[in-house]
Design a protein around this ligand. Structure first.
Ligand code: ZN
Length: 321
């Protein structure tokens, strides 16, 4: 078996999560992996030695609280750290300490006593260094998130909103620190954890639009984690830090690119306006300019529609008339 990106995406989308009665899936393993990927991307974990550090536990705890309804216990972290080695693909390895005498550590102090560090397959560790591979791996982990279909959109929206509230709380505490009246915004703190936050945003938007492009209607998926449609921000995240559902729209790769460059936009009736300057040859599919005047393909529920104010901002600031 070739240990490439596809292989690991497959491993991650089939992570074995334990079922608990009434509470749904036990998401310890996905939360642990997301925490580790985040710390690798922030270069806090620099080599392939994953020690049981305070920052790893804090990161786990934060994601645990943002994404599940259970309060955090030490065993929520200790057990997946230990048991991930038994997952089908065997990408997670453990370096036991000389103290280890068998059994499974259920608390964080015991885990620290028994284990020196964990490490990933080198192939996987290298893939996580790469921005676009990392994004796919995160999306694959998230496909193990909801193995039951019920309430999935509501749950995703709630998680997405938790992340958004976290931004607002950070903002408030930051502004309190600026009592001189000048709220200097440092993008560093706002962009922290953007990786995982935006993964939930993408997943929620794509679900709400039933994996279809709002412009052309295309829907192509393969396996649980490969999708030609993206969750796009209408007002750019890097500028507005707005990952609410109302600042999102699902678009295929082509139309996401075109929308970000202002090749089309939508009016207050959600009708498509296509830029006049496009030179287009499209022998096998409907040309973009023929979509002019058609209504965007929106979610079933009006409460999930894009905000008119965001579209207006896009028309005024991004659209090339
Ligand atoms: Zn499209």
């Amino acid at each position: 078996m070739n240990k490439n990106l596809d292989y690991y995406c497959n491993c991650f989308s089939q992570l074995k999560v334990y079922k608990t009665h009434k509470k749904g899936d036990a998401l310890n393993k996905p939360v642990l992996l997301l925490s580790i990927i985040e710390l690798i991307s922030r270069e806090i974990i620099k080599d392939n030695h994953i020690i049981i550090s305070d920052i790893l536990i804090e990161t786990f705890k934060k994601y645990w609280e943002l994404t599940t309804t259970h309060s955090f216990k030490g065993s929520d972290f200790a057990l997946p750290f230990f048991h991930l080695k038994n997952d089908k693909c065997r990408f997670w390895h453990i370096k036991y300490s000389s103290e280890y005498g068998g059994g499974r550590p259920q608390t964080i102090p015991k885990l620290r006593e028994d284990i020196d560090y964990a490490y990933l397959d080198d192939e996987l560790f290298n893939l996580i260094q790469d921005d676009s591979a990392r994004k796919e791996l995160i999306d694959a982990i998230m496909s193990s998130w909801f193995s039951y279909e019920e309430n999935i959109i509501e749950d995703l929206i709630k998680i997405n909103q938790n992340f958004q509230n976290e931004i607002s709380e950070e903002e408030v505490s930051k502004e309190l620190q600026n009592l001189d009246g000048v709220a200097k915004i440092n993008p560093q703190w706002r962009l922290k954890n953007t990786l995982i936050r935006n993964a939930f945003f993408r997943k929620a938007i794509v679900r709400i639009y039933d994996s279809k492009c709002a412009f052309c209607g295309i829907r192509v998926t393969k396996a649980a984690n490969q999708n030609i449609v993206d969750g796009a921000h209408i007002k750019p995240f890097a500028q507005f830090y707005d990952s609410r559902i109302h600042n999102g729209i699902a678009l295929c790769k082509n139309h996401h690119w075109a929308f970000d460059r202002g090749w089309f936009t939508a009016d207050e009736q959600y009708k498509i306006i296509v830029s006049r300057g496009l030179e287009e040859i499209s022998p096998h599919t409907k040309p973009m300019k023929d979509f002019h005047g058609e209504r965007l393909l929106l979610p079933n529920k009006e409460q999930y529609f894009p905000e008119l104010e965001a579209l207006q901002w896009h028309r005024q600031n991004i659209f090339q008339g």
